[in-house]
Design a protein around this ligand. Structure first.
Ligand code: NAD
Length: 443
């Protein structure tokens, strides 16, 4: 394999991880972003996001010269013959994917591409978008060049983005051009990951189908969890028992306060929008969304039931990011919980190991941000576990409970060790999909 010259448009979670990993396997990569602050930080070899292992590879590959950063489209496109688009496709008001960043990216490419290129769309886009972008691009091309398109959706998970990229389960390559498909396979070959080759529309659909299925699995187990609470069963054992069945599998059967993040919520809604647009009903997706909305409010409802009116009560919230090992706050359940608690005039003190800065921008000053779990717990009537950071499993609960006003824990992620908690009893412990218990120290 010869090293290839690749430009990556957009240095968010996906673009940055992709660019860094492609440099790591020997390619010459230039990453472009319109966000000057991000690029300046990256030029200083500092990661603008919290992502385990990313900064080490950023430093390593920047120092070899194989990885560079710029805000200049002409400079970057002059360098590359493979261009990967990884800009955001957020949700617009009606649930549809907002393609404005992509449209702008296509315009930038049309203006500055100076040689025959393969344009790889890695952003998650509704079926038909690759064709639409190609028309947009071809219609505005400044130079006489040949453009081939490849759909290559991304499946990495925030919190393990680098590992997921280097050790992906599969790489989807959708293209109507055998030569372009072969070139992209060649680019990824050092990763030694299975390829699935398909047409462009199927590639686009694989991404939505995968995310909608995973989100549905989460909502399914949450539906079972709510039933378990009603009938006195234990959802953890139920999920375990189901997971042994190879046809079901144990992944994504964790009951809790629902999914969030930059992908599942918007991708399920975008797929539902497509189904409505095409007149093909898919009410299962509506239920997936409805169950998730309900789960996100679960802890507040439970607290109201236990504590009565929340006005003036103090709640300690542990965790703000939508999942552990990331500082990303997009669609994090903590947002809804914080707003519901403060609407009920509760006082909230929140602690997160890395996401408080981003949380301030989204939730604002309606809650207090503190620097430790212990500080959050001071004088609290209840403790909410909102994100399952490992740090929370390891907390000194003895000390924490001692500073609380009432020894009540609502564990929204079923992540605490009941046996260990018992040693710090008495505690009222409310997990999800399992009976609430009063944990007492053994006599
Ligand atoms: N985040 C994930 O876990 C994940 C996983 C799989 C797929 N995806 C998909 O990948 C895409 C990107 O997601 P993300 O989370 O990395 O987004 P992000 O918002 O973190 O990053 C997007 C970046 O693109 C930049 N940008 C916008 N327009 C640009 C332009 N014209 N030229 C250059 N840069 C531009 C923005 O400044 C931003 O830095 C989305 O479609 C998303 O659905 C995300």
């Amino acid at each position: 394999m010869t090293d290839m010259r690749v430009a990556v448009l957009g240095t968010g979670y996906v673009g940055l991880s992709t660019g860094i990993c492609l440099a790591e396997i020997g390619h010459n990569v230039i990453c472009i972003d319109i966000d000057e602050r991000k690029i300046n930080k990256l030029k200083e070899r500092k990661s603008p996001i919290y992502e385990p292992g990313l900064e080490e590879l950023l430093i390593k590959n920047s120092s070899t010269g194989r990885l560079t950063f710029t805000t200049s489209h002409p400079y970057a496109l002059n360098h590359a013959d493979i261009i990967i688009i990884a800009v955001g496709t957020p949700q617009s008001d009606n649930g549809r994917a907002d393609l404005s960043f992509l449209e702008q990216a296509a315009k930038d490419l049309a203006e500055h591409i100076i040689r025959d290129s393969i344009v790889v769309v890695k952003s998650t886009v509704p079926v038909g978008t690759n064709e639409y972008l190609k028309q947009l691009l071809l219609g505005q091309l400044k130079n006489k060049v040949e453009i081939k398109m490849v759909s290559n959706p991304e499946f990495l998970r925030q919190g393990s983005a680098i590992q997921d990229t280097l050790k992906a389960d599969r790489i989807i390559i959708g293209s109507d051009d055998a030569g372009a498909s072969e070139k992209i396979q060649e680019m990824y070959r050092p990763l030694n990951v299975p390829f699935l080759l398909t047409d462009v529309r199927s590639a686009e659909m694989i991404k939505y189908a995968s995310n909608a299925f995973l989100a549905t699995k989460i909502s399914f187990i949450n539906g079972i969890a709510n039933l378990c609470e009603a009938v006195g069963a234990d959802v953890e054992d139920v999920a375990n028992g189901m997971g042994y069945d190879k046809r079901i599998g144990s992944a994504f059967l964790k009951a809790g306060i629902g999914y969030g993040g930059s992908c599942f919520p918007k991708d399920v809604k975008a797929l539902l929008h497509t189904s409505r647009e095409k007149g093909v009903p898919f009410s299962l997706l509506e239920e997936t969304i409805a169950i998730n909305d309900h789960q996100q409010e679960l802890l507040v409802g439970k607290a109201q039931k236990r504590l009565g009116e929340l006005k003036g009560k103090k709640i300690a919230m542990l965790g703000l990011s939508f999942k552990p090992e990331t500082d990303d706050m997009r669609e994090a359940p903590s947002i809804k919980i914080a707003r519901a608690l403060t609407a009920a005039e509760a006082k909230v003190a929140a602690y997160d190991p890395v996401a408080s800065g981003n949380a301030r921008k989204v939730i604002g000053e309606i809650i207090t941000y503190v620097d430790s779990a212990l500080e959050a717990a001071k004088g609290a009537d209840a403790l909410f576990i909102v994100t399952e950071w490992e740090e929370f499993r390891q907390l000194e609960f003895e000390a924490l409970l001692d500073v609380m006003k009432q020894r009540i824990i609502f564990d929204g992620r079923n992540c605490l060790d009941e046996a260990a908690l018992q040693e710090c009893g008495p505690i009222e412990y409310y997990p999800v999909g399992r009976p609430a218990v009063i944990l007492r120290r053994d006599d």
